[in-house]
Design a protein around this ligand. Structure first.
Ligand SMILES: NC(=O)C1=CN([C@@H]2O[C@H](COP(=O)(O)OP(=O)(O)OC[C@H]3O[C@@H](n4cnc5c(N)ncnc54)[C@H](O)[C@@H]3O)[C@@H](O)[C@H]2O)[C@@H](O)CC1
Ligand SMILES: Nc1ncnc2c1ncn2[C@@H]1O[C@H](COP(=O)(O)OP(=O)(O)O)[C@@H](O)[C@H]1O
Ligand SMILES: [K+]
Length: 541
């Protein structure tokens, strides 16, 4: 189980190990610098074969200290190295001061000025080392430097609005975090109101990288928001620290190990002595005629993920349409909330799914009855919109519900939280999608799965995980109509099987991306459930 750390958690882990006298900050800085050099040669083996030219940009804190170590290690290999410092050498923290001194015996340090004298060497370098700011970034670049950096970053190499990159610098490695990116939120810090005077400052300035080498554990901001794109590729270097987060629940990265813990074991959690009713019965409520596709997708996903039985609760007018397209999935006519209440008297129905293609008016009508049933329930799509309208319905949410909003639905459900998340981040650590989802889950009293390529799942007690489809798990072809309905169905199927709501959400989100990744480009929503058997087999589940 991988924990994703905040800056404060990383500092606490480092501090605890140093306090025990097991290692010094200087040792850690040396290992960090070495870790970056090793990762650079691993990524670009051509650089290891002979000496080259590097420009190292150092900042005023320990990130800059790492930069001085890297400069020295490269110089010792015969490289031509130019070092620029942003800040006053007299104000460097102690370990960075030591490494500044060690470097000063080998080469000079120029001031990183607004004049941009550093831009020319940077353009000619084979490697640019960004050691300006790491986990200590607390505010956006100061105006004068932002001007120089901004002009350069935006125009010459990394246009963060269009994502276009000019091919000026071959290789940029970020030490720990791309400078300008908040390590906790994955957001680029920007000056308040800057966009009013200068549109190029709207998203702030960040030094995007081809490779980011972080230490001990990945940081949250490397998996959220703009983080993955700006990090390029992410490598975690072991610098001999140990220990994890204490106190508050850590944010975990969902992975196969987490899933096994949730019950998705080699037999997919099923035993030979069990029968279909041992694996639960999911009821997916379908929309009206012409709108039944979403619920059918969800139902198929629920069945594929292992629910013993799946029934589509279908309005009378849509029965023929739905019946024509079902085989293993069962059908039950449900026209009114009263009928639903009668159907739910059968306690073998272990999970419900309301929302996909259901229609907002009908969702409004059915929601009270669905919530009153106190079953494990996924609320998605139209059910979320209906939920956002009524305080009574919201108050009826219980801890066996799972809410699965995309950004638009999240804004409708939690307007104040969404507004806070939308504010330009001017200070680090900035309010993040993790913070927002945790706040939402606390208010709702049930797990919330906030969708996106950086899906966040939070529970009311603060437990939280991230299922990010980024780096080597990127599956942008998931952004196609109906994939959200499949996700709702996967959660419903797992709830039916008895998974706890947060475990069902995590497991479903992970399988959803695995299935998309396994299928590849060209994917449409229908393909996702059909890809699950391959995913299970590949994983040895
Ligand atoms: N925590 C750890 O265990 C380790 C940390 N190391 C390095 O230390 C870094 C953290 O060091 P620091 O906490 O000193 O933080 P940073 O080096 O990231 O920067 C903090 C300094 O920059 C200033 N600052 C922040 N935002 C600024 C802005 N916009 N303009 C001008 N100045 C600004 C702060 O006032 C402070 O002086 C990590 O990112 C990593 O590179 C490594 O040496 C290895 C171990
Ligand atoms: N770029 C992306 N990378 C990975 N997953 C994505 C991306 N864009 C969307 N998704 C996922 O696809 C699904 C889309 O759901 P949703 O927006 O509800 O669509 P729909 O209503 O059409 O089913 C979500 O699970 C979301 O996390
Ligand atoms: K950096």
């Amino acid at each position: 189980m991988a924990e994703l750390l905040t800056s404060a958690q990383m500092r606490a882990i480092e501090g605890a190990v140093i306090d025990r006298g097991a290692v010094t900050g200087l040792d850690l800085m040396e290992r960090a610098g070495q870790g970056v050099v090793d990762a650079v040669f691993e990524e670009w083996p051509e650089l290891a074969r002979s000496s080259h030219r590097a420009t190292v940009l150092c900042g005023p804190g320990n990130n800059g200290g790492d930069g001085f170590v890297i400069a020295r290690l490269l110089k010792q290999r015969g490289w031509e190295v130019e070092v620029f410092l942003y800040g006053d050498p007299a104000k460097l923290p102690p370990d960075a001061t030591v490494n500044y001194g060690r470097w000063a015996e080998l080469g000079s340090v120029s001031e990183l000025r607004k004049t941009g004298a550093w831009v020319e060497p940077l353009l000619q370098a084979d490697l640019c080392v960004d050691a300006l700011f790491g986990t200590g970034l607390t505010r956006p670049f100061d105006d004068d430097h932002a001007e120089a950096l901004g002009a350069y970053v935006l125009e010459a190499y990394n246009n963060i609005f269009s994502g276009a990159r000019a091919p000026y610098i071959d290789r940029i490695v970020a030490v720990d975090v791309p400078s300008g990116l908040c390590a906790d939120s994955g957001r680029v810090l920007s000056a308040q109101g800057a966009e009013e005077t200068d549109p190029t400052k709207r998203s702030g300035v960040c030094f995007g990288a081809d490779l980011t080498v972080t230490f001990h554990r990945a940081k949250l901001g490397q998996y959220l928001g703009e983080g993955p794109e700006l990090c390029g590729k992410l490598v975690v270097a072991d610098i001999g620290l140990w220990g994890g987060v204490t106190g508050a629940p850590p944010v975990r990265q969902v992975d196969a190990a987490v899933l096994r813990g949730h019950g998705l074991r080699p037999d997919v959690g099923k035993r030979a002595d069990q029968h279909k009713y041992s694996h639960g019965h999911a009821l997916i409520l379908s929309g009206l005629s012409g709108k039944t596709g979403a619920a059918r997708l969800a139902a198929r996903a629920a069945l594929r993920v292992g629910a013993g039985l799946v029934t589509l609760g279908t309005p009378h007018a849509a029965v023929t349409e739905v019946a024509a397209q079902l085989t293993a999935i069962m059908l039950r006519e449900i026209d009114t909330p009263e009928t639903l209440t009668r159907v739910l008297a059968d306690q073998r129905l272990t999970a419900l799914c309301l929302g996909p293609g259901f229609g907002i008016d009908r969702a409004r009508e059915f929601l009270p009855c669905v919530l009153a049933a106190h079953r494990a329930t996924v609320l998605d799509a139209d059910a979320l919109t209906a939920l956002a309208e009524g305080e009574t319905a919201f108050a009826a949410l219980h801890d066996r519900c799972v809410l699965t909003p995309h950004a638009g639905e999240f804004e409708r459900l939690f307007p104040d939280i969404a507004a806070r998340l939308a504010e330009p981040p001017t200070k680090g650590p900035a309010y993040s999608k993790v913070d927002a989802t945790r706040d939402a889950a606390r208010r709702a009293g049930c797990p919330v799965l906030f969708k996106g390529s950086d899906t966040v799942i939070a529970s009311p007690d603060g437990r939280c995980s991230v299922n990010a489809a980024v780096y080597d798990r990127a599956a942008p072809w998931l952004a196609t109509a109906g994939t959200g309905d499949v996700l709702a169905g996967l959660i419903a199927g797992l709830l039916a099987r008895g998974f706890a709501p947060d475990h069902a959400a995590e497991t479903a989100a992970w399988l959803h991306v695995e299935a998309a990744y396994s299928f590849g480009p060209g994917l449409i929503a229908e393909d996702l459930p059909e890809e699950l058997p391959t995913v299970f087999r590949t994983l040895g589940l």
